[in-house]
Ligand binder design. Structure first.
Ligand SMILES: Cc1ncc(COP(=O)(O)O)c(C=O)c1O
Length: 405
């Protein structure tokens, strides 16, 4: 491995949301934060170097966007995903979350239905409901071996003439599925037949773990591409979310121009100087770093799976196929979500994203962020084990049932 992901980097006092939150909000120190989706790893050296080099020039005025910025993304998508994208299909956004809202506004009217497939990244709910649209929930189902799958029969039954947009999470946060080409094709068939537009959030596209391959939804066919707007970003892949720079891809010029009109109307089209520098450097020079990262994340996933199986069999780990985020089913502890969150924060001193944030389907779950050095991960797991052991030792408390869920 060419990059040292074991290195522990102190992020306190660096304006890190992930690290500041527990102390600021709960007044609790010494909590291992494993919630919001950024990793405790240094960005690729070429990204840090490019940012340092630009920062050394002490004038930080409005940024221009050179052709090389767009070309870096085009080359990345081709090399990494075999997806051939043209410059005229691309637009920018100050992040994928803003792009979701812009697209909901661009492609639907107030009161229209927008489909989401919970449990899912909670800003999907906000993008729909905070913009006065109707949330059409089509929960994922349990497939063979408990693997999450899309419920396409359920989807068809929920569509009406005012439901014209589906937000796809691919790979899916928080269940960690990397949808196969066959699954996406089956979804595409429904979208074609029922005339649904697809807003594909593919921010985790580069983070398919071993044995899995991400397929861009819009790469399946030209027909599907014509009804798809895809959101991509270097932010999750290269741990540069703070640069607030992402891209929107749409081969259909009508869709792209509707998006761009919305972008201009909201005043969000301005480029970020450091975002421009970081995106280009990451897509140009980040491939080796990413290969190493994926290998390291695989090791972290294996560690959690082994640790829970051996030491905490009452917790069920939903092994992710992609992303560095994963669900842990904690229902056997017999606590409601509030008590469970509190238990992990105050007794274990580990802070997760609460399962219920992703939908009622994951009530009693927690989402763990595995993007940290292995020693940090192990320390968090030991803290959880100690806290659960002390729960079992407490007189009068029922011992959690092993293997449930
Ligand atoms: C599915 C998904 N979309 C979007 C984001 C965030 O996007 P951005 O930081 O570009 O707004 C995340 C971060 O966790 C995510 O998981």
């Amino acid at each position: 491995m060419r990059h040292d992901f074991d290195r522990i980097v102190d992020r306190r006092n660096t304006l890190s949301l992930k690290w500041d939150h527990c102390e600021q909000c709960f007044g609790i120190e010494d909590v291992i934060p494993m919630w919001v989706a950024d990793m405790d790893f240094e960005a690729p050296p070429a990204v840090a170097e490019a940012l340092r080099s630009r920062a050394a020039h002490p004038i930080y005025g409005y940024a221009s966007t050179p052709d090389s910025f767009w070309q870096a993304a085009i080359d990345w998508l081709d090399r990494r995903h075999g997806w051939k994208v043209e410059r005229k299909w691309l637009a920018r956004s100050p992040g994928v979350v803003p792009a979701l809202s812009l697209c909901v506004n661009a492609f639907t009217e107030p009161g229209d239905g927008v489909v989401v497939q919970p449990p899912v990244y909670y800003p999907f709910f906000w993008a729909v409901e905070n913009n006065g649209r109707r949330l059409v929930r089509n929960p994922l189902a349990a497939g063979a071996g408990g693997r999450y799958v899309m419920d396409l029969a359920g989807l068809e039954s929920k569509l009406d003439e005012r439901t014209r947009l589906l937000i796809l999470c691919s790979p899916h946060n928080p269940v960690g599925r990397v949808w196969t080409a066959a699954e996406l094709e089956a979804l595409g068939e429904v979208c074609e037949r029922r005339d649904l537009l697809v807003l594909a959030d593919e921010i985790h596209m580069d983070l398919a773990l071993r044995g899995h391959r991400h397929v861009p939804f819009a790469s399946l066919s030209e027909k599907l591409a014509a009804r798809t707007i895809t959101c991509i970003a270097p932010s999750q892949t290269f741990n540069v979310a703070g640069l607030a720079t992402s891209l929107v891809v749409a081969s259909n010029p009508k869709l792209l121009s509707r998006y761009e009109r919305q972008l201009r109307a909201s005043g969000l089209g301005i480029a970020s100087l450091f975002g421009n520098v970081g995106l280009e450097a990451a897509y140009r020079h980040g491939a080796e770093w990413l290969d190493d990262l994926l290998e390291y994340l695989e090791g972290n996933v294996n560690l959690v799976e082994r640790f829970l199986a051996e030491r905490l069999p009452m917790l069920r780990f939903v092994r992710p196929e992609g992303t560095y985020l994963a669900l842990i089913d904690c229902r056997s502890l017999g606590m409601d979500q509030g008590a469970l969150d509190d238990f992990f924060l105050r007794s274990a001193r580990v802070y997760f994203d609460s399962g219920s944030m992703f939908g009622r389907e994951t009530e009693g779950f927690e989402r763990i962020n595995l993007g940290c050095p292995r020693a940090t991960l192990l320390e968090a797991l030991e803290r959880i084990a100690r806290a659960i052991e002390s729960l079992q030792d407490r007189p009068g408390d029922p011992a959690p049932a092993a293997g449930r869920g």
